[in-house]
Design a protein. Structure first.
Length: 743
């Protein structure tokens, strides 16, 4: 089933200014060539439409070589016409009518200049991405690497021009080619009037070096520390890791200023945030862990603690954040220092969902007293807080679930008194901690008291235990590569036929899938986005890991052949029997949703033991993948729909995917949703249900709690207080996220 805006499929719409129906881009496998030269791209004919997003598309232009191209648009009005720009911000006056994006989901807006042609005929459209980025070194990094300077410029692409201003030579922020692919969006017609449907034109450039395929994960030696991994690029001798963001002012308005920072340089094909130029300042202050992580990748300039202490200042924010890798090599030529690949984005702000930047030390010590040495003192284990205030990667204060780590246990008689010990109290899933002092009663085991505390902390955690699926790097040499979708006996769903295609292969347990037939399709989603949606939305899928290499996608699974199909058959039988007992003829959509929610609430328990296993995995240094670790420790069922029947014990992800399985059987359209809960920054899973054409939210996990059914068929805005949350982009294609907003 292809999920549309109302979850009931896709319908054709009329093209702008024509009575002829446009084909759906998702159904187009033979794409015509563009009917215009590259510099006339904004005038290319529309060839198809995407009814879900409301955008029309022209034929893509691929493998272009002229990176200095300036696009022309035959506008019949001046771009400076006061009648059209009077209500615009200063930045909007420079760019109105067009935007350019770096991703198929049209989420990351890039610098662009739109101006009148010199001859007064039409407009010019050109790139404003810089050819250089700045790296800033911490004192520790300078000392470790023998550097005498605290910053330097790094060349990011080989094509750039210079200009002299007041006697100083500068690199011109123009020309394309920093990226592989761009998406130019036109919002106006030649008279400057808004189009009913914006038009997207995809164009890409050749690069001498291949673009790295970058994935994001965690450093196995440092829980919570981001690690990037990519394939070795032939001809490259080193790799730059960089971040980019645009500044928004205190009113949230885009200032047009985009910053490119180089945060790492390596000859390897992995990079941990521990290796960043910034390092981890103040890490030495903690006696049993770090006080902050991922310094180089934070999404803010000033965090909530700082803003609260300085309320009279005005603070801007970062928007359109992204980070990734460029492969480079020297040319040996004096006038051309490097050859560079295109920038390969690893993720954006969505990749930071649920991640933590630092301990909110001011908040902690203001509340609990003490200092970083020897720590805050508590009379008993029962008085130790089960959460720690932290600053999220977005700069907000949250209460992270706490974990006492027995390996940090030290006698503290000499600094705190007889019978007292110092232990590291960690923010769960991270390397960040605060030291605490507590007394061990005579005859009691410190390790037993620690275990009891951790069990209590898990019970009070807020039941947020979703997993953020990510792609990896591997190939399966002996796999049979398939290019057509097999027939399957179980339902699949997705918001795009490409997602359905991938989900069908996952259900069929295909090991390698060739997607060449899809490449070049106008409006095709990013492959990684499509994989993640198919993985998230389909309960009969038991994928362990995914990798893409060229146009081939490889899959590994949590269960071997035979056992995999047995899991599917058992789930289907249980779902059919349950649906037959709780769903009756004539039920409305709302009644079906209530019946499914009530079955889960009444029949299933939250699996706190599995939740604890998730914490243990965070501190496992073997590099074992989550699903392998969970299976080895008897906890994987809690993240699968099967767990609702087999063990009757699941976590939020299990509740939510079981809800989808029962919905599929009950002719009810629902989706699996993930995102961080604001108060504890924990990743959570819940559902959206289509009721009579509108989406409403259901959180069966939290309904199975003292809250009762407070979170049953509610709007997004009704998640308030401790239940306030944000949706991430890991469960649906980026450009389809707005389609699932509630009224």
């Amino acid at each position: 089933m292809v999920l549309g805006a109302a979850g009931v499929g896709i319908v054709n719409v009329l093209g702008v200014g024509t009575t002829k129906a446009l084909p759906e881009c998702a159904d187009m496998f033979e794409v015509p060539e563009s009917n215009v030269p590259i510099d006339q791209l904004p005038t290319a004919d529309v060839v198809c439409t995407n009814s879900n997003t409301g955008f029309d598309y022209t034929a893509p232009m691929s493998q272009l070589t002229d990176r200095s191209v300036i696009f022309s648009f035959p506008a019949e009005v001046s771009h400076k016409d006061d009648r059209l720009t009077a209500d615009m911000t200063e930045v909007e006056r420079y760019t109105w009518g067009f935007e350019v994006f770096g991703d198929a989901g049209l989420k990351v807006a890039l610098p662009l200049i739109v101006s009148d042609n010199a001859d007064g005929e039409g407009w010019h459209i050109e790139s404003s991405e810089p050819p250089v980025g700045t790296g800033f070194y911490s004192d520790a990094y300078m000392e470790d690497h023998g550097l005498s300077i605290d910053s330097e410029y790094f060349q990011l692409r080989e094509n750039y021009e210079t200009e002299v201003i007041d006697g100083t030579e500068y690199e011109r922020q123009s020309q394309w080619g920093f990226r592989d692919v761009y998406y130019l969006v036109r919002y106006v017609d030649t008279e400057g009037k808004p189009l009913d449907r914006p038009v997207v034109s995809e164009f890409s450039f050749e690069h001498e070096l291949d673009t790295p395929n970058v994935t994001i994960g965690d450093d196995p030696t440092s829980p919570g520390t981001i690690q990037l991994e990519w394939n070795s690029v032939p001809g490259a001798d080193r790799y730059l890791v960089l971040t980019a963001h645009t500044f928004a002012n205190a009113e949230g308005e885009n200032t047009g200023l985009r910053s490119y920072s180089v945060v790492g340089l390596t000859e390897d094909t992995t990079w941990s945030a521990l290796e960043s130029f910034f390092g981890n300042p103040d890490a030495e202050y903690a006696s049993s862990g770090l006080t902050r992580q991922n310094e180089a990748l934070k999404l803010f300039e000033y965090d909530d603690e700082y803003v609260a202490a300085n309320p009279d200042n005005e603070y801007g924010t970062y928007i359109d954040f992204e980070f990734g890798v460029i492969a480079i090599t020297d040319t040996g030529a004096a006038d051309e220092d490097i050859i560079a690949s295109a920038f390969a984005p690893a993720g954006g702000s969505d990749a930071m969902a649920g991640r933590t930047y630092k301990v909110a030390e001011d908040t902690w010590y203001d509340t609990h007293g003490g200092a970083w040495f020897p720590g805050s003192e508590f009379a008993t284990f029962e008085e130790i807080p089960t959460s720690i205030p932290v600053i999220t990667m977005e700069g907000h204060i949250a209460q992270a679930s706490a974990v006492l780590v027995a390996a940090t246990l030290l006698e503290a008689d000499d600094v705190a008194g007889p019978g007292k010990v110092q232990i590291g109290l960690y923010a769960a899933g991270t390397q960040m901690s605060v030291p605490i002092i507590v007394e061990i009663p005579d005859g009691e085991s410190a390790f037993a008291l620690i275990d009891d505390f951790n069990a209590r902390a898990a019970q009070e955690s807020g039941q947020t235990s979703a997993i953020q699926n990510t792609l990896s790097h591997f190939v399966i040499d002996d796999a049979t590569i398939l290019s057509t979708a097999p027939d399957v006996d179980y339902p699949v769903q997705g918001t795009h036929p490409f997602v359905e295609f991938l989900a069908t292969h996952m259900v069929a347990r295909s090991e390698a899938v060739d997607v060449s037939d899809w490449i070049g399709q106008p409006g095709l989603p990013d492959i990684s986005d499509a994989v993640l949606e198919a993985w998230a939305q389909n309960p009969y899928v038991y994928v362990a890991d995914v990798s893409s290499s060229g146009n081939t996608i490889y899959f590994t699974y949590s269960y071997p052949e035979g056992e995999y199909q047995q899991h599917q058959a058992e789930l289907k039988a249980n779902v059919e029997a349950t649906a037959a007992s709780i769903i009756t003829d004539g039920m409305t959509d709302a009644e079906k949703a209530v019946a499914i929610n009530n079955f889960l609430v009444q029949s299933v328990e939250y699996d706190f033991d599995a939740f604890t296993t998730l914490s243990y995995w965070s501190y496992d240094e073997s590099g074992t993948g989550w699903r392998t670790f969970a299976k080895e420790n008897g906890a994987l069922h809690a993240w699968e729909a099967n767990g609702a029947w087999d063990q009757r014990a699941i976590v939020c992800a299990g509740y939510s995917i079981a809800f989808v399985a029962l919905s599929m059987e009950s002719d009810l359209v629902s989706v699996y949703v993930t995102g961080p809960v604001t108060y504890n920054n924990g990743l959570h899973a819940w559902n959206k249900v289509n009721v009579d054409g509108s989406w409403l939210a259901v959180d069966a996990t939290w309904n199975d709690s003292p809250y009762g059914n407070d979170f049953l068929l509610i709007t997004d805005s009704q998640f308030t207080g401790d239940s306030d949350r944000n949706e991430d982009y890991y469960w649906v294609l980026d450009d389809n996220l707005p389609r699932f907003a509630t009224p």
